[in-house]
Write a protein of this length. Structure first.
Ligand code: ATP
Ligand code: MG
Length: 163
């Protein structure tokens, strides 16, 4: 891993640009509210992979006309361990309660018949979890069938212009 200050707004903007055609095809509106001053000490490629996986899932598992967004807030501000909490949320098909505990396992996919059309392997989220942990962060999911899903990531915040 190559650790350096990574500006999150730029990172998300770039991913949105890449995913825009896929979102447009399904008339999915993508927004975010990431402030310019948020930085993470991390590996840019890996951080990109994290959000790329989560956001392509959000598009794949959201029906025509849905919404996908990323929100960010600082938690524990001014404390010892300041973190950024990202919420990647969609208004998609959701994940059944019984599947939630297994969603980050390798090769685990909900209802293979339903998700076959997306052609995935079930590795995306296991990779995401691994990469989040490499960055000393955590990830969890909240979801309701028919309403949507939120993936909540907490990663250490950095102050690149101090010292
Ligand atoms: P790939 O390896 O190409 O990413 P995948 O998308 O099937 O394949 P994961 O990204 O690991 O694999 O996701 C695992 C399963 O979790 C998916 O098959 C899908 O059933 C479910 N899932 C993931 N994200 C969402 C989401 N935002 N909304 C609803 N279900 C989701
Ligand atoms: Mg996936």
């Amino acid at each position: 891993l190559e650790y350096a200050p990574v500006q999150i707004k730029d990172l998300i903007d770039n991913i949105y640009e890449v995913l825009l055609p896929a979102a447009k095809k399904k008339s999915i509106v993508m927004t975010h509210d990431i402030p310019e001053h948020l930085f993470i000490e991390g590996d840019e490629d890996r951080l990109q992979q994290i959000f790329m996986n989560l956001l392509s899932n959000a598009i794949s598992y959201t029906q025509e006309g849905g919404r996908v967004r990323v929100d960010a807030e600082i938690i524990n501000e001014g404390g010892e361990e300041e973190q950024i909490r990202f919420t990647v949320s969609d208004t998609g098909i959701g994940i059944p309660k019984k599947d939630l505990p297994r969603i980050f396992e390798r090769f685990y996919r909900v209802d293979k018949a339903r998700s076959r059309s997306s052609g995935g392997t079930g590795l995306g989220l296991s990779i995401v979890k691994h990469l989040v942990e490499l960055h000393h962060g955590t990830i969890r999911v909240e979801s309701r069938v028919g309403e949507g899903s939120s993936f909540i990531l907490e990663l250490p915040l950095m102050h690149p212009f101090e010292n």
